[in-house]
Design a protein around this ligand. Structure first.
Ligand code: AMP
Length: 279
């Protein structure tokens, strides 16, 4: 696997790949790679001739300083996992390389960014859009792979690509989970052993919501979820929303099909998100 840290060298290297008529699949990440990321790489490998992964901990998408400071850096393990999975090129730029000057671009995703993660993490999706657009301009991939684990991010990236006519196909990938149901996340490692033991409750609650969907009134279901979360010491609900899959706006009745339930909570000091598609 080739590893490149500069934009100029990456562009040159990929120009040559394109001259050979090879298709390029791209997986943007922030490193600390786990099976969730590696599934994206595998899918990209199956569907493209050449796979690029980026590792860049994007400072401008963190609204919480402690979260950024605690984010693991690039690990030796990431490189060996990428090699084993068949990644062809790792692009791992420095912050200075990506942002030689402060970036002031402001994207407007309308109502899509006013709910859930957008509401609770001000500026987060603006930072995500800035970095992903820049990465697309550098890599110019044919297809790019995003996890449904970050469902709102996936919808925002699809909106970004549409708005700016970026010639890339966005491929959604199913959430990869631990055997006990907890969604894989780089943040799971920060859970204490006690917190890790109760963390699978999140997915159990989501599955129960799926069972109750369409039968239990939405406001009752909201209350039920709050009560469930309150039963667990150290768990603090940030939001629980049943939203339309495309508009991301809360649904008011079960007549609204195509919906997904999204949750964000703190388990001790660690913020976790998850979701499950209802219909
Ligand atoms: P991150 O490094 O957390 O920014 O994630 C990079 C990409 O991996 C994003 O598209 C995430 O949605 C995706 N991803 C992270 N965790 C998972 C998971 N458990 N299952 C599937 N995709 C994931």
């Amino acid at each position: 696997m080739k590893i490149i840290n500069t934009i100029k060298n990456t562009k040159e290297y990929l120009k040559n790949i394109r001259l050979q008529n090879l298709s390029i699949g791209f997986v943007p990440t922030m490193g600390a790679l786990h099976e969730g990321h590696l599934e994206l790489i595998r899918k990209a490998k199956n569907e493209n001739d050449f796979v690029v992964c980026s590792i860049f901990v994007n400072p401008i998408q963190f609204n919480n300083r402690e979260d950024l400071e605690k984010y693991p850096g690039i690990l030796e393990n990431d490189i060996s996992e990428l090699e084993k999975t068949g990644c062809d090129l790792l692009f791992s730029p420095s912050v200075k390389e990506m942002y030689p000057a402060p970036v002031k671009t402001k994207y407007d995703f309308g109502d899509l960014e006013k709910v859930m993660e957008g509401k609770h993490r001000p500026g987060h999706f603006n930072g995500v859009a800035i970095v992903v657009k820049k990465l697309f301009e550098i890599i110019k991939p044919d297809k790019s792979y995003f996890g449904e684990k970050d469902y709102q991010q996936l919808v925002i990236i699809q909106a970004l690509v549409k708005k700016y006519n970026i010639p890339v196909e966005i491929v959604p990938c199913a959430t990869v989970r631990e055997p006990d149901g907890l969604a894989k996340s780089s943040r799971n490692k920060r859970l204490t052993p006690e917190e890790r033991k109760i963390a699978p409750v999140i997915y159990q609650i989501l599955k129960e919501v799926k069972n109750k969907a369409g039968k239990t009134p939405i406001n009752e279901l909201n209350k039920w979820v709050e009560q469930q979360i309150n039963n667990y010491k150290g768990m603090k609900l940030e939001y629980f929303e049943i939203v339309n899959k495309k508009t991301l706006q809360p649904i008011e009745s079960w007549e609204n099909k195509d919906c997904i339930v999204c949750i964000a909570l703190f388990l001790g000091k660690v913020r976790l998100i998850d979701n499950i598609i209802l219909f």
